[in-house]
Design a protein around this ligand. Structure first.
Ligand code: SF4
Ligand code: SF4
Length: 376
């Protein structure tokens, strides 16, 4: 059953969050799975080094609150994640520090995974993807439990980023661009994300929608106060609830569409418990400019390839604001960005519109553009 619990939560105060997370875990009897010494691996969204108030990352106070709940039941808590770009101990230490996780870990007694080891794994039930690598704490079979803690955001390529998309961060750094290259189109990419989600088998999912990101997420949009905290056993149910909060239809989210088609997610509306949906719903939540699904479905089929070519958004660098750091080039799966004279430049001939560059630019100077007539 698609069951999720929704809590109206207005602050990132750790004490208040601890009570809220306790309600989420209790509603699903999650504590029954914890005994003294159980290891719980928390997977937050730390797509890039960013201050918590920018609403790009899962807030460290929320992770701290979950850690406190679990540690009180005797669990050992480890936080593991790989953002975009390079994945090594010095990068991850810097990301954890810059995101406020190092200070939170010291204060609340949880551990951060900085060994940065990963392993190739087989996705035996994979429909699109048979092999990839994942960070060691997520490799199956495992004794530990996984708590998936996502951020509620729009997403340039996939339209929506929540619980299922968050698990892409279990894939180490530069393997992500490789997967973008293997699956450059949205549908196969979504299938791969569902394959990965099915492999990881997260034991609980929480979505931080207190301060969400609308517009051109997951890193370049605008912060939007929503005041929603979502919990569910199933990542698909959590995403159905996230979609309901921001006024998206489940069929707009390719990962959900695919999970329903495979029978991993019930083809039924989500059953929401807790606070009323109306207390947190933001139907005017701004979509990512790259969402073209609605428009294309209204174009006659024979004209769709041409329409798609014209309407597909593209990344555009604001050259005067570019500082030449090269993070975009590092993340580009097609190696189609070069930095010359401290300014990045895209060769559009090879660009697959994955928007990894947009996602990883620390200065947010890569816009998502489309032909102006479609902005009307
Ligand atoms: S990541 Fe951004 S600032 Fe850095 S080189 Fe690329 S466009 Fe310029
Ligand atoms: S230029 Fe940007 S959008 Fe194009 S392939 Fe490279 S990372 Fe993806």
């Amino acid at each position: 059953m698609n069951r999720a619990v929704l809590i109206r939560q207005t602050t990132y105060d750790v004490e208040a969050l601890e009570k809220a997370v306790d309600r989420l875990f209790s509603a699903f009897d999650f504590y029954e799975r914890i005994s003294p010494g159980t290891e719980v691996v928390i997977k937050p969204n730390l797509v890039m080094r960013s201050a918590p108030e920018e609403a790009i990352i899962t807030h460290p106070n929320l992770v701290a609150a979950a850690a406190l709940c679990l540690q009180k039941r005797g669990a050992r808590v480890l936080v593991a994640e790989s953002g975009g770009g390079l994945y090594n101990p010095s990068v991850m230490k810097s990301v954890f520090r810059g995101c406020g996780y190092t200070a939170a870990a010291e204060k609340y007694g949880f551990s951060l995974y900085t060994a940065c080891l990963s392993q190739p794994v087989e996705l035996t039930r994979g429909v699109r993807c048979g092999t990839l690598s994942v960070l060691e704490p997520f490799v199956q079979p495992r004794q530990s439990l996984v708590v998936n803690m996502a951020k509620l955001k729009t997403h340039g390529m996939m339209g929506y980023s929540g619980a299922v998309k968050n698990l892409f961060g279990t894939v180490p750094g530069l393997m992500k661009p490789e997967l973008h290259c293997r699956y450059p189109e949205k549908e196969p990419f979504a299938e791969m994300l569902v394959d990965l989600c099915d492999y990881i088998q997260a034991d609980f999912s929480i979505i931080d929608g207190i301060e969400a990101m609308e517009g051109d997420g997951p890193t370049g949009g605008q912060k939007r106060f929503v005041g929603a905290l979502i919990g569910a056993q199933s990542p698909y149910a959590a995403d159905l609830a996230g979609a309901a909060v921001i006024g998206m239809q489940p069929e707009e989210i390719l990962m959900l569409k695919n999970a329903v088609a495979r029978g991993l997610c019930d083809d039924a509306p989500v059953t929401l418990e807790g606070d009323p949906l109306e207390s947190v719903q933001v139907p005017d939540f701004k979509r990512a400019r790259s969402s073209d699904v609605d428009f294309l479905t209204r174009v006659p089929k024979p004209l769709r390839p041409l329409a798609k070519k014209i309407t597909t958004p593209y990344p555009r660098i604001r050259r005067k604001d570019c500082v030449g750091c090269g993070k975009c080039a590092e993340s580009c799966p097609q190696h189609t960005i070069v930095v010359r004279d401290h300014k990045a430049q895209i060769d559009y001939g090879r660009c697959i519109r994955c928007f990894c560059c947009h996602e990883m630019c620390p200065k947010h100077v890569i816009d998502i553009r489309r032909f102006s007539i479609f902005n009307l």
